[in-house]
Design a protein around this ligand. Structure first.
Ligand SMILES: [Zn+2]
Length: 189
């Protein structure tokens, strides 16, 4: 199985190439990405660049715990402003924190649209066919995170842009606040 690329590997900054044809290479890359994501118990999504692929697609686990593949993803419309999303817990509302398989043990808050209309392409035999749907909540957030990846944009960039919270959280240790620049500066070294 292919290893997931971790930051600051510059492969993660690749602006991927639009998929124009269904060929063996694409099918093989999708198979590898699907297998890798299925094997990640805590991974909600995985983008092509995270496996070193330069094609424009990503995968997201759906509610049946299968992987949906989105080729040439496009954000078609959004509802409302970007906000720091919240989730409801037994102790009340809490910030939704994003993580990324390319940033083990690092988490942060990012402003996202909580409802979006998206389109993408799917493989149908030897052809690509366009699909549309509306996503809300967790799925919408994951979709935006993965769509950023195929443009070489990482959640840490957005934590910085939005002035979000950022912390290191390993095993059972408590969340340790960190400056996001501590991580971003690794790219300059
Ligand atoms: Zn990610």
């Amino acid at each position: 199985m292919k290893k997931i690329v971790t930051f600051p590997n510059q492969i993660l900054r690749t602006r991927t190439v639009v998929v124009t044809a269904v060929d063996r290479k694409l099918v093989n890359q999708i198979k590898q990405l699907t297998a890798e994501l299925m094997g990640q118990q805590f991974g909600a999504g995985l983008a092509a660049t995270q496996l070193g692929f330069k094609s424009r697609f990503f995968g997201i686990k759906n509610q049946q715990k299968e992987v949906d593949i989105y080729i040439n993803p496009r954000l078609e419309a959004s509802y409302g402003n970007k906000i720091f999303p919240q989730i409801t817990t037994k102790d009340g509302p809490e910030d939704f924190i994003e993580g990324c398989l390319s940033f083990p043990d690092l988490w942060g808050t990012v402003k996202r649209f909580v409802k979006i209309d998206v389109s993408w392409e799917e493989i149908d035999g030897k052809n690509l066919v366009t699909r549309h749907k509306t996503l809300e909540g967790f799925e919408a957030i994951v979709w935006q995170h993965e769509a950023d990846h195929v443009d070489g944009i990482l959640f840490v960039d957005l934590v910085k842009r939005d002035g979000g919270k950022f912390f290191w959280w390993a095993d059972d240790k408590e969340k340790i606040p960190m400056a996001v620049d501590e991580i971003l500066d690794k790219e300059k070294q």
